[in-house]
Write a new protein. Structure first.
Length: 191
């Protein structure tokens, strides 16, 4: 059986709590929206796999994470994608470069396998932390006004990435974390 998976960076501490609070506030203003209950995250890529393919992806992702050093992710304000009615927490330029480097390492490893056609790197090509996505036009316009003068800033140490599986229930779909891949490379500089 084939399932849908996503690999993502999951914020921690005050950034996670802050995004959750903003999502809850927005829900009271515009009503329920598709990503209102989604965990805060930054998607790196997604893919579909059966058990055999998942084992291959698992080994490759772990191998890359063993060579990555933890890095700081810095959030700066809000942004929007009009084309799909999305409001998000934006990331600073240094963070964008670090995430892009990580995505390139993952892409180089995963795209050389026999399952490379299963990997969708378009899903994370514009790094951000989604607050609300695929809003109805009226919800989107109300959300834009709500976020117009709001500010958001914060940072957290990214010490790994998460493998998430799409869970489909009665009347809902949601990704749930099934595995964390810690970054194992340590900065061993003594001075």
């Amino acid at each position: 059986m084939t399932n849908k998976y996503s690999v993502a960076i999951m914020p921690t501490g005050p950034v996670d709590a802050g995004v959750r609070k903003i999502k809850a506030e927005l829900k009271t203003i515009i009503g329920k929206y598709p990503s209102s209950t989604a965990d805060p995250h930054n998607t790196l890529f997604d893919f579909e796999a059966d058990e055999e393919k998942l084992k291959v992806f698992d080994r490759k992702i772990q191998m890359i994470c063993n060579s990555v050093e933890p890095f700081t992710i810095t959030c700066i304000d809000f942004g929007e994608f009009y084309w799909n009615k999305t409001i998000y927490v934006a990331l600073d330029e240094k963070t964008l470069k670090l995430i892009t480097q990580l995505r390139k390492k993952l892409s180089a490893q995963l795209k050389h396998g026999k399952y490379d056609e299963e990997v969708n790197f378009d899903a994370g090509k514009s790094p951000h932390i989604t607050v609300a996505r695929t809003l109805q036009e009226e919800q989107y316009q109300t959300a834009k006004k709500y976020f117009h003068n709001k500010k958001f800033s914060g940072s957290f140490l990214c010490e790994g990435i998460a493998l998430r599986k799409l869970i489909e229930g009665k009347g809902f779909t949601k990704y749930g974390v099934i595995k964390i891949y810690p970054f194992s490379k340590q900065n061993l500089t003594l001075f």
